[in-house]
Ligand binder design. Sequence first.
Ligand SMILES: Nc1nc2c(ncn2[C@@H]2O[C@H](COP(=O)(O)OP(=O)(O)OP(=O)(O)O)[C@@H](O)[C@H]2O)c(=O)[nH]1
Ligand SMILES: [Zn+2]
Length: 371
Amino acid sequence: MARGTGGWDESDVRVRPNKKGSRPRTKDRPAHEDAVTGRIITVDRGRYTAIVDEDTPQERIVTAARARELRRTPVVAGDLVALVGDVSGAPDSLARLVRVNERATLLRRSADDTDPVERVVVANADQLVIVVAAANPEPRTGFIDRALVAAYDAGISPLLCITKADLKDPADLLANYEHLDLEVIISRTAQAEDTGVDSESDDGLSARLAGNAVEALHEHLLGRVSVLVGHSGVGKSTLVNALTGSRRATGGVNAVTGRGRHTSSSALALKVNDSPSGSWIIDTPGIRSFGLAHVDPDRILNAFPDLEPGTEACERGCRHDNEAVNCGLDAWVESGQAGAAGPARLASLRRLLGSGMRTENRAHAKELGSQ
Ligand SMILES: Nc1nc2c(ncn2[C@@H]2O[C@H](COP(=O)(O)OP(=O)(O)OP(=O)(O)O)[C@@H](O)[C@H]2O)c(=O)[nH]1
Ligand SMILES: [Zn+2]
């Protein structure tokens, strides 16, 4: 489209003289023109592990420490950063991390729903894979709903992955989400007639997963950065290892990250097997729930598109929570417009709305959380 002002070129751009230009160079902050870009794979006790020159013959792992000028900017798995100094990646070399590039997305959580400090979990993820088991452990819709809120709030597409469908039919669980435009992958162990993918969990337990399920998930990971969340025991590490070829428990070391030695509980990015450049899984062992103190109640409602139209009948200022009088959502659900799962969905929404902080506390929380 033509620009409204028409016919600009570079000569129209006036370069303002830099007031600080006459200062002695030594007082200028270094421009770091020689910096290289790295993708943060994991963070452990003040050391930042980055991959540099990704998917080129020079690809290498560089360990870095943060520069003072970064102040308190959080740096997390998935961040793209500028590195200077010794970026050779040689044993015992240490680079300096001087800048964090602007993030496309930022997945955040608070420790619980009343904790004012928001924590940055993962940067630049395109997709949040919510892993729940059909049984053992029992699925909790509360966890799924929280993860959906966090995903929508961050502008990350959610994908629901149900594991262990060999133990129980997940139809009842899925009925909760049939009115949502939510993509679902169902995984299970291989039956006799299936092709299987042998994989081991991080605890060294082996499972033979149905090949078509692993393949379906693999397809969703191509060309994207996906972050996986799930409760302990749902089969997350079995899946991650099947998709990345990483086998931490048996001492196998992922060629890229050295996951075999990775013992901390921080997020870890792994390259997806047989995939185009830029396909990453970020496993989050430490994240098993999402405190939503940082999310605005209106945005919580966004994660319930099957209910949201019902709020058109609400009075202005309606909080739609358990104390709300004449909330349009009650009639919406009673009339069946949210389907059979409507009552359970509304109960889940109200649990999330009821547990959050009141708006008055939010401004303060944001200030604290920005650190
Ligand atoms: N029946 C069945 N078992 C599975 C399936 N996937 C994984 N498992 C088993 O479930 C157990 C737990 O799997 P993990 O991969 O360790 O689960 P996790 O989510 O990584 O759990 P943490 O390591 O505690 O975080 C292991 O014994 C797996 O072999 C499945 O689809 N069906
Ligand atoms: Zn309402």
